[in-house]
Design a protein around this ligand. Structure first.
Ligand SMILES: Nc1ncnc2c1ncn2[C@@H]1O[C@H](COP(=O)(O)OP(=O)(O)O)[C@@H](O)[C@H]1O
Ligand SMILES: [Mg+2]
Length: 369
């Protein structure tokens, strides 16, 4: 069954259209991440799903029921915000049971529910404390606990980890993912952080300017970005994109970067049938930084192309080293092992994994498939 369906949804604030025809179909138990840059409409979409904001047009269905005109409290959803929104004068226990208290649910049921979520979130020892006596991570856990006791059809999270420091964010990210695996809830999770999207989602909806650019599983979004926006937004460093010309070659098209320059780079495309229709035309050539490696590294199952390229900058991060280099005059980043330290200003040999190349139509910016 579909847990959530959003159809042709639009939202205008005055004359400004911030959502331009959103379509989403989400199955029970999915963990959907809405990701995109600040201002692209993520919170507006989530608020409309929650009923906190009214759509301008379109349809929303939760658990098979159209909820266009249903009040937030009757939509069977629970929402967790970035700001936690805990009641400061109440204890953790009271914060968690507040909704049940309002619905006059029996004390025994409340106690059982609190015991359950407290164990799940490991906040048993904190139940008597006030929010001011908790760390940021503990507060966020309580906010999640408050959502969990409701056992709703749908959980909505709006950037719940944004206020936490980097280390805690990584921990909570894993915790929320583990929680999802254990309780199998349906989650719609908003973030501007593409790493959160990649690591947590069963499917990612990448948003930009009020539209869903791509809605697919993380691997597909990463390997086959639907357009240049997605290619450059997902991944850190993002996919390298550079202008190239396609020429006919033996056994398939050849992408030429910096055509006519003494340092032009010629790359024979393997198994890229769709490229044939772009021969003798300009394309945007895309390759992920991890698909450019030190020449000694073998990409298993591939015949890598070795190119000599000038190195401009070397940025060691510890686990890996990012190298800024030039291919046919165009800037590109490579992700290489930290054992190697190419010298800035000198040339070094790099291997390109030609199976992982993406070509984009420069006019439509769409992936050539
Ligand atoms: N209540 C509002 N009135 C007018 N404009 C708004 C309102 N809420 C959001 N916006 C605008 O709508 C756009 C999308 O906002 P939002 O959904 O908060 O983006 P995101 O959550 O992706 O950062 C932004 O340009 C924002 O300024
Ligand atoms: Mg937002």
């Amino acid at each position: 069954m579909s847990a959530l369906t959003v159809r042709d949804l639009t939202k205008k604030f005055g004359p400004v259209e911030v959502l331009k025809g959103i379509d989403l179909e989400i199955g029970t138990g999915e963990f959907i991440v809405l990701v995109g840059p600040s201002g692209c409409g993520k919170s507006t979409l989530l608020n409309i799903i929650a009923g906190l904001e009214r759509q301008s047009s379109g349809m929303i269905e939760i658990g098979g029921r159209v909820v266009n005109d249903v009040a937030p409290k009757d939509r069977d959803i629970a929402m967790v915000f970035q700001s936690y929104a805990l009641y400061p004068s109440m204890t953790v226990r009271q914060n968690i049971t507040f909704g049940m208290e309002c619905r006059h649910e029996p004390k025994s049921k409340q106690d059982a529910a609190v015991a359950d979520v407290a164990r799940l979130l490991q906040i048993e020892r904190l139940l008597g404390r006030k929010p001011s006596q908790l760390s940021g991570g503990q507060r966020q856990r309580v906010a999640i606990g408050r959502a969990l006791v409701r056992n709703p059809l749908l959980f909505l999270f709006d950037e719940p980890l944004s206020n936490l420091d980097a280390k805690l964010r990584v921990e909570m990210r894993m915790e929320i993912k583990r929680l999802h695996q254990r309780i199998g809830a349906t989650i719609v999770y908003v973030t501007h952080d593409q790493i959160e999207a990649m690591t947590m989602a069963t499917r990612i909806a990448v948003m930009h300017r009020g539209q869903v650019q791509q809605f697919a599983d993380p691997d597909t979004v990463y390997r086959y970005p639907a357009n240049l926006f997605v290619a450059r937004f997902m991944g850190s460093p993002p996919m390298n994109t550079m202008r190239a010309r396609l020429e006919a070659g033996n056994g398939g098209p050849v992408a030429v970067i910096g055509a006519g320059r003494p340092d032009e780079v010629r790359i024979h495309l393997q198994r890229y049938d769709a490229a044939a229709s772009f021969v003798d035309r300009e394309v945007v050539f895309g390759i992920r930084p991890e698909c450019i490696a030190e020449s000694s590294r073998m990409f298993t199952g591939a015949a890598p192309i070795i190119v000599s390229a000038p190195v401009e900058m070397v940025e060691p991060t510890g686990a890996e080293t990012i190298v800024l280099l030039r291919l046919g005059g165009e800037a590109a980043m490579a992700r290489i092992t930290p054992d190697l330290r190419p010298t800035p200003g000198a040339c070094a040999d790099f291997a390109l994994d030609t199976r992982r190349i993406c070509l984009f139509d420069p006019e439509t910016e769409r992936l050539i498939t």
